[in-house]
Design a protein around this ligand. Sequence first.
Ligand code: UD2
Ligand code: MN
Length: 582
Amino acid sequence: VSVTLLVLSIRRPENSLADEEEAEVVIINRRVQKLRKELQRQASQALLGSELRSMPSNIEDQYEAEIRDDELMKVPRLGDNGVAVILQGEEAKQAEKLMEVEAFNIVLSDKIPFSRKLPDARNPKCKDLTYDSDLPSASVVIVFTNEAWSSLIRTVHSVLNGSPTHLLKEIVLVDDCSDRRELQGRLDYYLRTRLPSKVRLLRLTERTGLIRARLAGARSAVGSVLVFLDAHCEVVQNWLEPLLQRIKEKRTAVLVPIIDVIDDKTFEYMYSKSSLDFFQVGGFTWSGHFTWVVVPEAEKARRGSSVAPTRSPTMAGGLFAIERNYFWEIGSYDSQMDVWGGENLEMSFRVWQCGGSLETIPCSRVGHIFRSFHPYTFPGGKDTHGINTARMVEVWLDEYKSLFYMHRPDLLGRDIGDLTERVNLKKRLKCKPFRWYLQNVYPGMFIPTENVEAFGQAQNHQRCLDNLQKGTNGEQYELGLYNCHPKATSSQFFSLTLTGELRQENFCAEIQNPLATPVQVIMFHCHGQKGNQEWRMEDGKLKNVRTDLCLDASDGQRSGKVAAAECSGSLWQTWTWSNSTT
Ligand code: UD2
Ligand code: MN
C-alpha cells in the first residue's frame, strides 16, 4: 500500500507556480509559442499538399475530411480499461518532442478512441448504494483555452457516455478565446454533425482566464446543478449520480469527486487497486498552494463509512459540483481573478466560512491528466496564481494573512486590484472568521508561529535552512542550505515547535540512519510521535534527542545540504533564528 500511496502523491503535481518560477513561465510561454508556430507551419504545408490532391469544394467538406482522417488514426480498443500504452520508435520520439508543447502525450491521445472504456475504480461498497430516480439535473461546464483536440473531444464523449441521459441536462463548452486552427470552425462542425444538441459551445471574444470563463458558462447554464470539469478528463461509471444525490440531500454541500491520475505519458488510468478505500482530501500551505492531505482519523470516525461524504478543508479546483442557485448565493467567483490559480482556495474558504460545506464523494471518480506546465500563455507573463491568492488572503484570512506574507514577502504591497465587492460579500453573508475555520474545519493545520519556540529563518554563517524547492509533490527530501534571503520566504521558513519538531508545513526533520557518513537530515511527513523527529535547542545548537547528534552546516558549501554530526564546540553547529518566542 505504501508504495502506491507514494506513487499517487508524486503523480499529483501541486497546483502551484512558486514566485521563483515566474520567470520560467515567461520562458515556457515563448518556447510553447515557438514550437506551436513551427507545428502550424508544418501542418499548413501538409494541408497544402493534400489540397493539391483533392481540393475540397467547400470548407465543410474540409472539416469532414479532417475529422475522418482523425477518426482513422484511432486504434480500436487501445488504452481500454485504462491500461498503459507505450509507444515505440518514431512515434515515441515524436511524442517526446510534443510533450514540450502539450505537456502530455498527444501522439498517444490522438490514437486512443474517444470512447475508451475505463476500469471501475470505485470502492466495491459503492455498488451497494442506491440513488433516487428523481435527482436534480446537471449542466456540465468545461472551459478551455487552446486545449488539444483529442483530449478535449474525449472529455465530451466520456461525459456523454458515462452520465445517465435524463440527468445530463447539457454540456456547456466555453472556449476561452483559443487560436488553434482546429478549435475554430471544425469544432462547431463536429458539434453539429457528431454530438447531440445538448452539447453547446460558447465562444468568448477575448481571453478571460478560467475563472471568468467558468462564470460565463455558469451564467448560461440551465441545469439544477453545475458540474465543472477540466478539458482533459474521463469519468468512471456512475460518477454523476452520487454527486447529485448528495446535493439533493444537502443543497449547500459543494462536492468533489475523487480525482484519479491519467498518466501524462501512457494514459494509464491510475488508482490504487489494492486499497480502494484510500483517497486524500485537500489542504493548503501558508504560501497559498493547494496540497493533498490524508483524511484525519476524527473525520473517518465522523463520516461512518469509507464511501460516505468526507469533509475536505479545500479542493483542487477543477472538478466540482454545486447547486446552481447556491453557486450565485455564495458568491460564485472573484471575477477579478485572472487566468489561472487561487480561485480554488478562495472558494474553499468562502464555502466553509459562509455556512456551506466542501465534501469529497468517494463513489464519484474522475480521471484528470495532470500536466507539468501550462501549455497556454499567461498574458503579460504575470504570476496570476500569486496575485489571485493575495486577493483571496486579503478577504478571507483575517489576522492570519501575515503568515501568508511571511512566506510570500514579494506580494506584500503589490497592486492586486479593488476588493470592495468581495469584502462586502463577506459581510453580507455574515461569514465566520478564519480562526473558526482553522479550529473547526482544519484543526490539523500547522500554524508555524503558534506553540513554537522559534520560527522563520534558521541561519548559520551566511546560510539558512532551505527546502531547495523540494517536497512540493509530497515526497521526502534532504534538508538543504542556501544563502539567506533578505527576508524569510516559503523555502526558508521553518519552525521549532514546543513538542520538538523542526518543521516546515507538514514536513519534519528526522534522522533515518545515524551510522551513515555523513548523517543525512531528511524532511519527512510529520508523524507527531517525537522519536527520530524530536529536536532540542541547546546553547544555539539544534540537537536530535534520540541520537544526540547536532545539526551541522560544515559541509554546506560543498553539498548544499545540512548534516547531523557529533555535537562539538564548532560554530558550524550554532544556529540563529530570525524569530524567537522565548
Ligand atoms: C488546477 C485545477 C484547475 C484550476 C487550477 C487553479 C484540477 C484537476 N485542476 O489546475 O481546474 O482550478 O488548479 O486555477 O483541480 N483554462 C482556460 N483559460 C485560461 C487558463 C485555463 O479556459 O486562461 C482552462 C484550461 O484549458 C483547463 C482549465 O481551465 O481546461 C484548467 O486549467 P489547467 O488544466 O491548466 O489547470 P490545472 O489542472 O493545472
Ligand atoms: Mn487540468
